[in-house]
Design a protein around this ligand. Structure first.
Ligand SMILES: *Cc1c(COP(=O)(O)O)cnc(C)c1O
Length: 477
């Protein structure tokens, strides 16, 4: 600890309003406590699962924290570590198998601290050339996994929802542009699937676009047949309204991949943009054992993948990649007097203002923790970690098939397993799920498939072991 620092504060007349931006001995103490806590959190193997508390419980435990005088950093940190953090489920617990978990690498988490300390404005090359340079290398790796050309580029946005919206705004921009004025007052239309993520519908809403929902097949996929039929049944006026075809590479509920080649063919025929939502699944592009399932993604105009899901980055981080970043730049660049200097400068990379590639302006350089981790461990480590999770998925699937009290509902394509406990009512699933959470053992919530309550595992954490999964399966007996 640095000791010859000014003493804060009450000795002098200055209040915290002066001191809170200056480094003093209290800052040193607080820094040590914060870093100690951060280290303890990543040391835990596994971290406690934890569980939510009710509003009245939190009110009783924590009370009001916002006061005129302030509580002091050590006290507030204690409130967080003792009460608030414990009321947040650990997404990176190896038996958090609901939704899509997260499993950031230690190096990514550590670098997130560095990023926060640096408070980089990640919107423009002028202000953050170094950060953008590094983020772009990480994006280039992701793009190369999909066999995109080296001229492709993109930006890290907050999540898949923001990524899908930003890509579809570009799709609409190009469609209107191609209409040369004829489509300026025409409502756009997006072709997607009934198993697409809800964020595609949300984007359509935000854009005031109609959506054609292709009925997914029995395995939850948008098949070529269903897609062709849906497109064929559009009347000529509606065909002209289609600005984008959206396919999913790894649906959230079932983890299956749409027919990407058929989707690309239909998009081309309609003259529409082809976007692939790989928020969860496209991470597996780096896994040799399943890479073939993604054939067709190389034809997309844009795709997304969330490093905060299966690419071992911390929240919040979605890689949004465009085949032709110039179109995206023209659709998204904000013009304002005070921003002119950012769009006019050319420091050798005119396309490299991340702000210009999505629906945002100010941004955290949120791709840096992911970049740091990939640069640290190398891409082979990512392939290996991905294969570990796929292998555990395969072994867990075999256990389910062999358990007489369980029924596998779908052969997994990626790392989502859906299955039934024979004879259970929805209430029994919920009771079991609550018990697992209350005992701090696992977080597995029931979901539905064809209208039936079922269980779903999503395995993305390389620290999830088959023995732990076997234990959870046993508890269903
Ligand atoms: C998770 C997910 C999204 C949404 O991503 P967020 O990062 O939660 O906004 C979109 N599409 C798919 C397929 C997803 O799995």
């Amino acid at each position: 600890m640095v000791t010859d620092l000014p003493q804060h504060p009450s000795q002098g007349n200055e209040s915290d309003g002066y001191w809170m931006h200056y480094h003093d001995q209290n800052s040193e103490k607080l820094a040590a406590a914060v870093v100690d806590y951060a280290l303890d959190r990543i040391r835990l193997d596994p971290p406690p699962l934890d569980a939510p508390k009710s509003l009245s419980q939190l009110q009783a435990l924590v009370g009001n924290t916002i006061t005129p005088e302030g509580l002091g950093g050590l006290k507030v940190l204690e409130i967080f570590t003792q009460h608030l953090a414990r009321a947040c489920i650990s997404v990176d617990h190896p038996l958090f198998l609901s939704f899509v978990p997260g499993a950031p690498t230690e190096s990514a988490v550590l670098f997130d601290l560095v990023l926060s300390a640096s408070n980089i404005y990640g919107g423009s090359w002028l202000e953050s050339a170094g950060a953008v340079f590094a983020e772009n290398q990480a994006l280039q790796w992701v793009a190369s996994l999909a066999n995109f050309p080296s001229t492709s580029s993109g930006v890290f946005v907050s999540g898949g929802t923001a990524g899908n919206l930003s890509a579809l705004i570009v799709a609409r921009w190009r469609w209107r542009q191609n209409g040369k004025g004829a489509l300026d007052r025409v409502r756009p239309m997006i072709v997607s699937s009934s198993s697409a993520h809800s964020s595609v519908g949300l984007a359509a809403n935000a854009m005031d676009a109609d959506i054609v929902k292709v009925e997914a097949d029995a395995q939850g996929r948008m098949s070529g047949v269903n897609l062709r039929n849906a497109v064929a049944s559009l009347d000529p006026q509606d065909r002209d309204r289609v600005c984008a075809v959206v396919a999913t590479a790894g649906t959230t509920n079932l983890g299956v991949i749409d027919d990407l080649v058929a989707a690309s063919d239909q998009a081309r025929e309609l003259g529409a943009w082809f976007h692939v939502d790989g928020a969860y699944g496209a991470a597996a592009l780096c896994a040799p054992s399943v890479r073939h399932l993604f054939v067709g993604i190389e034809r997309a105009d844009s795709f997304i993948v969330d490093p905060h899901k299966w690419l071992f980055g911390p929240f919040d981080c979605c890689a949004l990649i465009y085949r032709d970043p110039d179109t995206a730049r023209r659709a998204h660049t904000q013009r304002a007097e005070y921003l002119e200097v950012l769009t006019q400068q050319d420091l050798g990379d005119a396309l490299a203002n991340p702000s210009d590639l999505a629906h945002h302006l100010s941004r955290r350089a949120r791709g840096l923790p992911f970049w740091f981790s990939v640069a640290t461990h190398g891409t082979e480590a990512y392939e290996e970690a991905m294969e570990i999770t796929l292998q555990v998925t395969r072994e867990a699937t075999a256990l389910i098939k062999n358990a007489p009290y369980l029924e596998l509902l779908l052969e997994p394509e990626l790392s989502v397993i859906i299955f039934k406990r024979k004879g259970w009512s929805p209430e029994q699933y919920q009771t079991w799920s609550d018990r697992m959470l209350n005992e701090g053992r696992a977080f597995v919530v029931p979901t539905t498939f064809n209208g039936e309550t079922i269980l779903r595992f999503c395995i993305i954490n390389p620290r999830t072991t088959i023995d732990e999964v076997a234990d959870i399966l046993k508890s269903l007996e």
